[in-house]
Design a protein around this ligand. Structure first.
Ligand code: SAM
Length: 454
């Protein structure tokens, strides 16, 4: 926190610098950015940097007592900012999509046996991957359309060098209606970045851990690091004890003959700890050697737990939950089951995904994708857009807008964003009522899970 107090004036100065740069630059086709004075007002969809400094809310700081009038005001402001998903994010089955998962890297520091081959997967050339300003721009576009939950995933998101900076920028979208900023991570290096991430606005962590045995960990992930993952879990629990409002869920993919004997140990993690363990049915993706025999169904897992804990109770799920939640009476924690293989939850699906290379996927199991990156980069000759470029493009777009008369676009939309929304809206409208089931899924072509992001 103390750090923030000192950093704030510096970031303010930087913002002013950017604004000045934007005013002095103009984009000319086939020429590039030309320094000159522009007359346009500030950008319609400015980058997070150009918006007012993020206000901390009760959600992020340790609970120091009853909410103050200022806390209540912040919450009220957030509620006012929240909006229902727009028609672009509503599909033909009236499903609204307020949850966006963004993969921020293809790289991973583990090689989980169910996720990717030992040698890894072919990675995209760096220039094909979204830059930080591009991710922030898309995040803002989606938040403006009613997305209120963003999850960063990967690959392993914590291996992205500027992950904290990226989260700081996305965290600022709370002023535009973002309510939750979550991370899916293997937890290997999370403990080192966690505090800064919470400062940036992190509200939830889904941490993947498939075994509580360090030796089994090296078999399942083909790497060492069990201790480091446990350290991350402990740090989150410690922060929760100190009053930080951060949700922790542990994702455990259960494979027959590999880790199914640990189901009860995972359930018992929640005896004295406020942890939700989610048992995931093993799913088929390109290159993960899935077979039905290796998959343990929800029913089998439930039966195993009921045998040990016959008083296991079903807990009310939230409207868009992907998991079926249960609790052992008297336990602090809970458990959930993600039953993608045996009971799809497509009817309440509210999720959209953006891959690291900038494709929108409307269904985890669908192989159709639309490219958003190339639309974003049209005004930059197809090249990756850095912070400087993004600021200048916003400025130029604003200038173009202000000089056009009878513009049909809503005031907050530029031509490029309108084009993006048309493409996004059409993809959402093509979303199927439900994805294929077992028997078909394993034959379908799809990216490896590591290139989608879970
Ligand atoms: N590296 C991060 C992590 O480990 O959480 C994020 C990416 S990982 C692909 C996201 C989630 O997908 C993890 O919880 C992982 O367990 C899950 N996952 C990967 N392959 C899977 C599979 N074949 N079946 C079910 N879940 C899978």
């Amino acid at each position: 926190m103390t750090d923030c107090v000192f950093k704030q004036p510096i970031s303010l100065l930087l913002r002013q610098e950017w604004k000045q740069f934007g005013r002095k630059c103009q984009w000319l086709p086939n020429v590039g950015f030309v320094r000159q004075r522009a007359t346009a007002a500030a950008s319609a969809i400015p980058t997070a940097d150009a918006r007012p400094a993020f206000q901390w809310t009760q959600h992020h700081k340790p609970n120091l007592g009853p909410p103050t009038p200022r806390d209540r005001l912040s919450r009220l402001r957030e509620e006012l900012n929240a909006r229902a998903p727009s028609s672009y994010l509503t599909d033909n089955f009236s499903r609204t999509h307020n949850y966006l998962r963004i993969s921020v890297t293809e790289r991973c520091n583990l090689r989980c046996i169910y996720c990717m081959p030992e040698k890894g997967v072919p990675l995209s050339p760096p220039a094909h991957l979204l830059t930080t300003p591009e991710i922030v721009h898309l995040a803002h576009l989606f938040v403006n359309q009613g997305v209120d939950k963003i999850r960063l995933t990967g690959g392993e998101p914590t291996v992205r060098n500027d992950i904290v900076e990226l989260m700081q920028k996305i965290g600022k979208l709370r002023t535009s209606g973002l309510k939750e900023l979550c991370l899916t991570t293997n937890g290997l290096s999370l403990h080192r970045k966690l505090d800064a991430m919470v400062e940036a606005g992190l509200t939830g962590v889904n941490l993947s851990l498939d075994t509580l045995d360090p030796y089994q960990f090296t078999i399942m992930t083909r790497r060492k690091g069990h201790d480091a993952v446990m350290r991350s879990i402990e740090r989150i629990l410690e922060m929760k004890r100190l009053g930080t409002a951060i949700k922790l869920k542990i994702n455990c993919v259960v494979m027959r003959g590999i880790n199914e004997r640990e189901i009860i140990s995972f359930v018992e993690l929640g005896k004295h700890k406020d942890i939700e363990v989610r048992f995931i049915e093993y799913m088929p993706f390109d290159g993960n050697k899935w077979s039905q025999g290796k998959m343990l169904s929800f029913k089998e897992m439930l039966a195993t737990i009921q045998e040990r804990y016959p008083r296991l109770q079903k807990v009310q799920d939230h409207a868009n939950d992907t998991s079926k939640t249960y609790q052992v009476p008297g336990f602090m924690g809970r458990m959930g089951f993600i039953t993608s293989m045996t009971h799809n939850f497509c009817g309440t699906c509210n999720r959209l995904r953006i891959t690291s290379d900038g494709n929108l996927k409307v269904c985890l199991f669908g192989n159709s994708e639309v490219n958003l990156r190339d639309i974003l980069r049209e005004s930059n000759n197809g090249e990756p857009i850095d912070q400087e470029g993004m600021e200048a493009i916003h400025e130029v777009e604003m200038e173009a807008r202000s000089s056009r008369s009878g513009d049909h676009l809503p005031p907050s939309l530029t031509g490029r964003d309108n084009q993006l929304l048309e493409v996004i809206g059409a993809a959402v409208k093509r979303k199927k009522a439900k994805h294929a089931g077992m028997g078909e899924l394993e034959k379908m072509k799809n990216r490896p899970m590591i290139l989608i992001g879970g």
